[in-house]
Structures are given as C-alpha cells and as structure tokens.
Design a protein around this ligand. Structure first.
Ligand SMILES: [Mg+2]
Length: 162
C-alpha cells in the first residue's frame, strides 16, 4: 500500500510549496501535464501556468514535463514553455521516469514528481524513490475504467487522511 501513498497531497499545482521542497533537498521537479497543469482538454498552457513554471524556474529548480498523452499533444503544450518534455511516457513504467531524472540532472532523492494519478504518477514516482506530490485532478477523464479506478483511489485516499 505504501507505494501508492504520496509524500504530499495538495489541492492544486498552484499550491505547491517550493520552500518545503527545497528544504527536503529537491532540486528538480517533474510535472505531469493532463489534469495536473491543465485540463486534458486544454491544448496550451494558460498565463497562470506559464507564470507558475517561470516562478519554479526562478527559484532554481530544473523542470521536466512527462505525460502518457500523445507526443504531438505534449509538443504543442510545451511550445511556449520550452522545457524538457517526454510524451507517450507509459508511466508508471520506470524507463521514461528515469530519463526525466537524467534530463533534470538530479538524483532520485533530489527529484519530485507532481501529478494527479495515484496509479501512474504516485506509484511510478515512489518506485523510483522520488518525492511524490499528488494534486486533485483538474477534471476527471471518465472512461470505462473510471469507476473501478475511483473505487481503489478512494481506499487509498482514506489511508492518506489517517
Ligand atoms: Mg494526469
């Protein structure tokens, strides 16, 4: 169960406490895109997200985007941001999480992963030894697995509150 528990749970990426991350020794942050930075329906980052990323950079963190979404979606989203970005990442598989860390130039302990999904972002990040931050999803994607996933997520979210 521990592998599904994030280090931190916050309501939104905009509530991310950068000082707290710094104090924990974090130097690089991997951001999920869909429903973490923007809704999966939003093709390009809003002003709010652009300034968030600018702020994170100015605080001295390296940044990488990682998404299980299609590569063209990630490229378009990253057009204005010009960050390191990995699309079609197949999280929670380790391969691209490791690649993201290499792009950041950090060790696992110095790496945070911020995402909205317990079974891809938190689980993937935890098995890499990253500092995991779970955000409330901006908008839920409702497909045929949605209710099953929600069921298991609720069990885990209850554990986090304990
Ligand atoms: Mg997501």
């Amino acid at each position: 169960m521990q592998c599904f528990i994030p280090k931190q749970k916050i309501d939104s990426v905009h509530s991310l406490d950068l000082k707290k991350l710094k104090d924990a020794g974090i130097r690089g942050i991997i951001f999920d895109i869909d429903n973490t930075l923007e809704s999966h329906r939003v093709a390009e980052p809003s002003e709010k997200v652009l300034s968030l990323i600018e702020n994170v950079k100015n605080e001295g963190f390296s940044i990488c985007l990682i998404s299980n979404g299609k590569i063209p979606r990630v490229e378009l989203f990253n057009r204005a941001l010009k960050l390191d970005a990995i699309g079609d990442a197949k999280k929670p598989a380790k391969k691209n999480l490791k690649r993201a860390m290499q792009l950041l130039g950090t060790s696992a302990k110095e790496t945070a992963l911020v995402g909205d999904q317990i079974f891809t972002d938190v689980y993937g990040g935890n098995r890499m030894g990253f500092y995991t931050v779970l955000v409330d999803p901006i908008e839920q994607i409702e497909n045929k697995f949605f209710y099953v996933k929600r069921f298991f997520e609720r069990i885990i979210l209850k554990k986090i509150k304990e």
